[in-house]
Design a protein around this ligand. Structure first.
Ligand code: ADP
Length: 623
């Protein structure tokens, strides 16, 4: 998520674009080269939203570049349509519509399969352009005679013909493209794009419709590609058939990697390096086609040593310098001890009502009575293996239930079915009177049922606050919303929800720390915080104490006691001392079946439970 002073990047971009015609000629850049770089940069703005921000690597962007380009060029050269800007916008809409249809197909798969589908689709478009549609596209001749824009202002007419004159028009288009792209990546939708890149599973689990958001990113990238394709025709006065080639898509990917993905400006910088090297090595050094050898070496070196590309490297350098400076400052400032869970809250915290509730605080009984969740005859088979068999289970509003059982007893499978991560082979799940069997995870989370995972499922590239923001957004905005131009700060209640959750899991002082820098116990608390930020009415916790040191366990048990106050919770854990201290009733699973259901006291002394755990050696399991 880009956090900057308002309009700083926009202003710097505008200054850079105004200064370029005065500076770049001295560095050996011809105006035509600069215009080509800007077209690639505009093409790359959309691609970076798709690849850098959302994590979807497409090798098929040439399909949309070509579509937008040929629609605009066809309108301007064959139909008598005279508005260049109008044709560019129509080309962009055509590309976006094509992107929507292609996205519906390609996004059915993820990872390498998604990438392969995009390659195949680009190839299909290339074939269609050359064969069935060659009457419209000019086949291998392309479409010559694309005009340049002119605007009649009444008192005068502005013509943007070529060189630095056309630069003004293209630079303005690029600036508008940057302003829009920045608004998008800073919006709630942009934040969710980053969450999908980092952990699509968790983005769904906290209640977002990630398919809808991926499709949105795909359409945005197609729209940018379509507009840039149209500009290519205008720039060259000719729409070339190679806009549709696989090489175009490949070049875009490589330029983005060279410049730095996830930076918006990476593709522009990558294009500058690429085209400068091309012009310099091919023409000035006389290397001919061999210039690509040098480019290949540059690419390999950059990818190996600057994984974030040129801009990523610069950002790292600035971060490192800042880190050194703040370290030097920190040495002069006495360190502040971390707040322990259960520690007395400060006065401002008490006043705000966002107090981490102390251990041992009394739970309020839920006003509603009766079961919040009922499972009937729940069975899950994996081939011949029965992981859960005919489980009947019920939890009341406000109850704190524990689930125990030896490894392989089917506890995690049971949780996965309750949150609809996996469908049951047979049986029914009713949550707050509603049959949720077979529903999607995101829908179930939206209804108020979610879980924290046994193995942390965090958004690793984001800070603690950003992680909780993603979860809170799902609660506050619903499953899917296209508020592309809204500021993140503008989401009502978001700040309060995030601050409240930070306080609840005692991570307020670590709010701006990247996840990678957290200690394990802190990560576990954030894992629970992600589930809490969705404001669940029923919270499932899958081994919240797993892998913790004894000290971390004590802290986390305190945390669980405090968050249990207004919630219904079901907790799986192997640490029976801690679990029995926390919960009111315990369900014991063994070999996929319910062995027993009772109070902690009843469970501790039950012979069948002793048998299940200790293989017949009798004695109390938790004294
Ligand atoms: P627990 O959480 O109690 O340790 P699990 O629910 O993880 O138990 O597993 C119960 C049984 O189901 C185990 O025998 C496990 O190997 C099997 N199982 C769990 N998930 C799968 C899967 N995706 N495919 C096949 N078998 C599975």
């Amino acid at each position: 998520m880009l956090k900057q002073r308002p309009y700083l990047i926009e202003t710097l971009t505008a200054i850079g674009l105004i200064a370029a015609p005065f500076v770049l000629p001295h560095l050996g850049f011809a105006p035509n080269t600069v215009n080509r770089i800007l077209v690639w940069g505009l093409f790359g703005l959309g691609f970076d939203i798709l690849f850098g921000f959302t994590g979807l690597l497409s090798f098929g962007q040439s399909a949309f570049y070509g579509t937008g380009g040929f629609v605009a060029a066809y309108l301007l050269t064959r139909t008598g349509f005279s508005s260049v800007l109008g044709a560019l916008v129509i080309g962009m809409i055509a590309a976006a519509a094509t992107g929507y249809l292609i996205g519906l197909i390609a996004l059915r798969r993820t990872g390498i399969y998604f990438a392969m589908i995009t390659v195949a689709i680009a190839e299909v478009f290339y074939f269609v352009e050359f064969n069935p549609l060659s009457d419209f596209t000019g086949g291998e001749n392309g479409l010559p005679g694309v005009p340049t824009p002119s605007f009649n202002l009444g008192f005068t007419t502005l013509h943007f013909t070529n060189g630095w004159s056309l630069y003004q028009f293209i630079a303005l288009c690029y600036l508008i493209g940057v302003v829009i792209a920045l608004r998008i990546v800073r919006s709630p939708v942009g934040a969710i794009f980053s969450a999908i890149r980092d952990n699509p599973l968790r983005a769904t689990a906290v209640g977002h419709n990630i398919h809808g958001y991926k499709l949105t990113a795909f359409v945005i990238a197609a729209a940018y590609a379509g507009f840039a394709g149209g500009l290519l025709g205008v720039l060259q006065a000719f729409m070339p058939p190679d806009a549709f080639t696989f090489e175009t898509s490949g070049q875009l990917v490589m330029q983005t990697a060279i410049g730095g993905r996830g930076t918006l400006f990476g593709p522009l910088v990558g294009a500058a390096v690429w085209l400068f090297l091309q012009d310099f090595l091919q023409a000035a050094m006389g290397l001919g086609a061999a210039w690509k050898l040098v480019l290949g070496v540059v690419f390999v070196l950059l990818v190996c040593f600057l994984r974030g590309g040129i801009i990523g490297g610069l950002i790292d350098l600035v971060g490192w310098l800042r880190g050194k400076r703040s370290k030097a400052l920190a040495e002069d400032v006495p360190s502040v001890p971390a707040v322990e869970i259960g520690q007395e809250a400060t006065e401002p915290e008490k006043k705000s009502g966002l107090v981490p509730i102390t251990a041992g605080s009394v739970r309020h009984d839920d006003e509603r009575m009766g079961p919040i969740l009922v499972a009937r005859g729940l069975t899950k088979r994996y081939g011949g293996l029965v992981a859960n068999s005919d489980i009947d289970f019920s939890v009341n509003h406000g109850e704190l239930r524990g689930i125990i059982g030896p490894n392989g007893a089917g506890k995690s499978t049971f949780f996965k079915m309750l949150t609809c991560e996996i469908p049951p082979t047979s049986g029914q799940i009713v949550f707050e009177g509603r049959d949720i069997t077979g529903m999607r995870v995101a829908d179930v989370c939206q209804l108020g049922l979610t879980k924290s995972y046994q193995v942390n499922q965090l958004f690793a590239g984001l800070t603690v606050r950003e992680n909780l923001t993603i979860a809170a957004l799902a609660k506050l905005r619903g499953k899917f919303r296209l508020d592309l131009f809204r500021k993140l700060d503008g989401v009502t209640g978001l700040r309060e929800q995030v601050e409240h959750t930070l306080a609840l899991v005692n991570l307020t002082r670590r709010a701006d720390t990247p996840v990678a820098e957290l200690a394990y116990g802190e990560k576990r608390r954030l894992e629970i915080g992600l589930a809490l930020a969705t404001s669940p009415r029923l919270l499932l916790l899958d081994e919240p104490l797993a892998g913790m040191s004894p000290r971390e366990r004590i802290e986390t048990v305190r945390l669980l006691k405090s968050i249990a106050r207004d919630r219904t919770m079901i907790i799986i854990d192997h640490d029976m001392d801690s679990l029995f201290e926390l919960v009111e009733r315990v369900t014991v699973l063994q070999e996929g079946r319910v062995l027993l259901d009772g109070t902690p006291e009843e469970i501790k002394t039950n012979a069948a439970v002793q048998e299940a755990y200790l293989g017949g050696v009798h004695g109390e399991i938790a004294a």
